[in-house]
Design a protein around this ligand. Sequence first.
Ligand code: NDP
Ligand code: 2IT
Length: 448
Amino acid sequence: MFKTEYAKRVYAELEKKNAGEKEFLQAAKEIVESIEIYIQKNPKMEQQKILERFLEPERFVQFKVVWVDDKGEFQVNRGFRVQYNSAIGPYKGGLRLHPSVNASIIKFLGLEQVLKNSLTTLPMGGGKGGSDFDPKGKSDNEIMRFCQSFMTELYRHIGPDTDVPAGDIGVGGREIGFLFGQYKRIRDEFTGVLTGKGLTYGGSLARTQATGYGLCYYAQEALKALKNTSFAGKTVVISGSGNVAIYANEKATQLGAKVVAMSDSNGYIYDKNGINLDVVKQIKEVERGRIKEYVERVKGAEYHDGCRGIWSVKCDIAMPCATQNELNLEEAKTLVANGCIAVCEGANMPTELEAAKYLIENKIIFTPAKASNAGGVATSGLEMSQNSLRLSWTFEEVDQRLHDIMVNIFNASYSAAKEYVGNPFDLLAGANIAGFKKVAEAMVAQGI
Ligand code: NDP
Ligand code: 2IT
């Protein structure tokens, strides 16, 4: 809980103003709790109401998206964009298409993004957007019409020096292509207004792999610094089977680990021989199918209904890479009882706060999302740089920069954990403080 009157007061006010916004309040509470120490040491923070100003988004847009499905029926969805903080650069952050999307989810993601983007050391402010549109089972043409309608409103709020969206759940290369085409048509300009673009029209090599690879690069540093070990010979469990999960699997395997379980929202697969990633890529990236199809193609593999059962699979390293609040205290205890030494977050806020605290208290490596999944947005930042230079770098060059950025993010969060909390395992507080410091200083410098 909060130690200072200032934090208590600010959070109470936030709760009142954003009543019922569970995910947003959860993310805000975690951040405020861990940056209190920094705020106490810097009286300007309270004098200039930096905490209140930091928690209030600069702009929040909600809009209507009407589109026509393949049967000719009109469909109505709700679109969102939060432009959270622009103190250190143009707003930057993904778009999520999932039926659960609402104001609370968009605001929690936007707030996390502000600190994450700060940690990358690149000049990017924080934003996030999306819609409650459900892409599952939709044809390519339906996806295209939705994306066109969505962009027909969104275009007026974004721009290459204003706000640069990208992918998130339900938004990958296909959707970015349709969104980009519509932006270009409306504005009559070809600019780096979106990242995660295709390689033929300004995308960056390694952006597809970046979040999953970056997660493993960060985890590698944490394993070395906190437990003097590595991925070699470790058994890994990864929830999800989307973009982040697939490339976390690929890199963990390259680093010598064996990934034995993956999931989707319906259930999980277990393959004691190590998951054949080519089969998963074929099912998920090419056919857009369900993870259970894996067991029809790979002998000896098992499928279990219910995605949360994945945390009962014995492993050394667990990587939640699906969605928020997918790992609770009980599940964290099960992981630890089964010998797990590290929980590395690929998804945004996948671990409930009590579970994260339990892991940190028990000296289990816990790599917080806003640090360990920052490789995606960092590489988006590198895509923006390449677009501005009108140049493209090789895969190796981008991957090397990504690696260096992740090492830097680890060092920043690790140093802050030691300096401010006196606990090298508290990378959660370390990441929050290191990210907040830069944004807060920029806000103070720029005045109100
Ligand atoms: P994808 O859409 O590619 O994949 C999402 C995966 O998570 C799917 O396997 C999906 O299963 C599963 N999933 C989604 N919602 C739920 C749910 N409510 N319950 C259980 N499973 C669910 O998304 P990404 O891989 O891009 O994103 C995964 C996470 O990583 C998100 O938290 C996202 O915010 C975060 N992230 C993504 C980045 C990126 O660059 N893409 C960067 C940083 C973070 P199903 O198919 O059944 O829905
Ligand atoms: O949560 C995230 O960091 C992302 N979805 C990536 C955002 C981006 O702008 O690349």
